[in-house]
Design a protein around this ligand. Structure first.
Ligand code: ADP
Ligand code: MG
Length: 557
């Protein structure tokens, strides 16, 4: 039976004049007092003495990934992005008295596959807890999470960074995964300052989340962004989350601290709700620098929650954490322990428990991004860093592989066209692969024209330029219409070469003196004279032959 839903007149639940004004003011005063302690001048002297000692930053991430499931974690109501406000809310999601949670098997399976893919130990028994806090979009006054015994622990995530001048050196890194826990999402509040009211949408209330908690093993924004990107690719490969950051399906909280090498870790701040890889990196790097500046100027770092203002490019204090921490965790009385088992540990006496078998999930694990990359490198002989770029752009692997099935050109050359010309163009125009006006088959047709010697590579670039603006138009037709096909008549080509030699006697003399490099300039001139319609190899041959025929250091005509 479909879950009953409730909605109010305008679609939004209203919490009138919902404001934390007074509390915010109190907190403000508290932090002011903290930053102007009498010790400040003493610590400033110490800071000055320490100024030459380098700083090290430490970054640990807490990532909420929305589980890809048709229904919520504990209720049957649907999960759907951008549905009308409060149209997907069951009695349980709205915390009506007497409603009970029913665990969604799909969500458990998604968390287990994610745990397996992140090399975690899957806890055969895990528990649910209530985490209490008051907010208008949390009608129960608590969130069900897994505080005492999460579903998966002690894993790791390997990722790589592209470094070097041309971003073509790969550095491998690993971050430890502390735990993965299942929990409910909250609803959404919309603060309408003009009307002094807060509107509440409970569509998201109760949607299943996996919280992935990482150990503080990273040291800068770039590393954190690369780790999150790898996690995103893994979740998408598993299908456990769509992990679309723009739609809020992957939300990252970054914990940041700085310390002097060899000393204990510093006090951390937490930058909340970063939902783009670029802002994540920027926010972390800003926060590291801010903390260093603060400490070098004799200040202290508060254990506080901050937000990233992407317009100003800086982090701003939201509330300090100490006052926030007592969530009054308690066991969720309405959910029995979650029991998982495999062939080695068949469950006994489980009739009253929630049970899931791990074995079929382990067997069905798909290829993870690292395996996909290794296969691309092995199959096509491309550079490992190219396999990273292919996987990092949504849809690019499929695009590349379709081109490969339809072209005679070798993969190393194809990858150059795809990463430099094709991707470069898309990036310039802010397009994703799916939005490309050029299909893989048309690109393959173009590369075949080049490979078969019908057009030169500079003509191919001209044809490609036209293809961007003439969606669906065949490159063969374009090459014909624009007369860009290679000049096959060698007599005609010879005539053009002689003309170019005639017009560049200084260069001819240079070559005759033994400076062979100048020959490339002449080849380029022939290319220009023919608008890219000459085959450089044939031109080279003709020029060399003609140069030999010319008497040394004499004008050509
Ligand atoms: P809490 O229980 O207060 O949430 P956790 O131990 O669960 O603390 O850590 C939360 C996150 O903070 C983790 O991602 C962890 O890696 C990170 N973290 C812990 N200590 C530091 C630190 N000194 N600097 C930066 N990040 C840290
Ligand atoms: Mg935490």
């Amino acid at each position: 039976m479909a879950a009953p839903t409730i909605s109010c007149g305008r679609g939004w639940f209203r919490a009138r004049s919902f404001s934390f004004g007074g509390v915010a003011e109190l907190r403000c005063r508290k932090s002011l007092a903290l930053t102007s302690t009498p010790c400040r001048s003493a610590s400033r002297t110490a800071a000055k003495q320490n100024r030459d000692v380098p700083w090290t930053a430490v970054v640990g991430l807490e990532i909420h990934a929305q589980i890809c499931s048709n229904s919520k974690l504990f209720s049957g109501s649907q999960v759907q992005f951008a549905a009308p406000p409060n149209s997907l809310v069951s009695f349980f999601d709205a915390s009506l008295p007497g409603t009970l949670p029913v665990l969604n098997r799909r969500c458990v399976e998604a968390a287990v596959t994610t745990g397996l893919a992140l090399n975690c130990t899957i806890n055969k028994k895990s528990l649910f807890d209530r985490k209490h806090y008051f907010y208008a979009d949390l009608p129960a006054g608590y969130q069900i999470t897994q505080q005492r015994l999460p579903i998966a622990v002690n894993g790791s995530l390997s990722y790589s960074l592209c470094t070097g001048k041309n971003q073509n050196e790969l550095v491998n890194r690993t971050v430890r995964v502390k735990q993965i826990q299942l929990e409910q999402d909250s609803g959404k509040s919309l603060h309408d300052d003009a009307r002094h009211q807060t509107l509440v949408d409970l569509n998201r209330a109760g949607v299943g989340l996996m919280e992935v908690v990482m150990e503080p093993d990273m040291c800068c924004g770039e590393e954190a962004a690369a780790a999150v990107r790898e996690l995103q690719l893994i979740l998408q490969a598993l299908g456990s989350s769509q992990a679309n950051m723009a739609e809020g399906q992957l939300r990252v909280d970054a914990n940041v601290s700085v310390h002097h090498p060899g000393q204990p870790y510093g006090v951390r701040t937490e930058v909340k709700n970063l939902n783009s890889a670029r802002f994540l990196a920027k926010a972390i790097d800003y926060e590291i620098q801010r903390q260093i500046n603060e400490l070098e100027n004799g200040g202290t770092i508060l254990n506080e929650t901050r937000t990233f203002d992407y317009k100003l490019g800086c982090t701003i204090a939201m509330r300090d954490k100490e006052g926030q921490q007592d969530y009054r965790f308690m066991p969720e009385p309405n959910l029995p322990p979650l029991i998982l088992y495999d062939a080695k540990s068949l469950p006994t006496h489980t009739s009253h428990l929630q049970v899931v078998n791990i074995d079929p999930l382990r067997e069905k694990l798909p290829d993870l991004p690292s395996v996909k990359r290794a296969k691309l490198v092995e199959r096509y002989g491309i550079q490992p860093q190219h396999s990273f770029t292919l996987l990092n752009e949504d849809g690019l692997v499929e695009f590349f592989e379709t081109v490969m099935t339809a072209t005679q050109m070798n993969a190393k050359k194809v990858i150059g066209w795809i990463l430099k010309d094709f991707l470069g163009y898309l990036k310039q125009r802010n397009l994703v692969v799916d939005e490309s006006p050029i299909s893989p088959l048309l690109l393959a047709e173009l590369l075949n024209l080049l490979e078969s010697g019908t057009i030169s590579s500079s003509a191919a670039k001209q044809v490609l330029e036209i293809m961007w603006n003439r969606e669906g138009k065949s490159p063969t037709l374009i090459a014909k219409e624009k007369k860009l096909e290679l000049i096959r008549d060698l007599n005609e080509l010879e005539h053009i070469c002689l003309g170019v030699m005639d017009g560049h006697q200084k260069e001819v003399a240079e070559i005759n003196k033994g400076n062979k490099k100048v020959l490339n300039k002449l080849i380029g001139e022939v290319q220009r004279a023919t608008r890219g319609r000459s085959d450089p190899a044939s031109v080279k041959q003709i020029l060399e032959k003609q140069l030999l025929l010319q008497p040394r250091n004499k004008p050509l005509s």
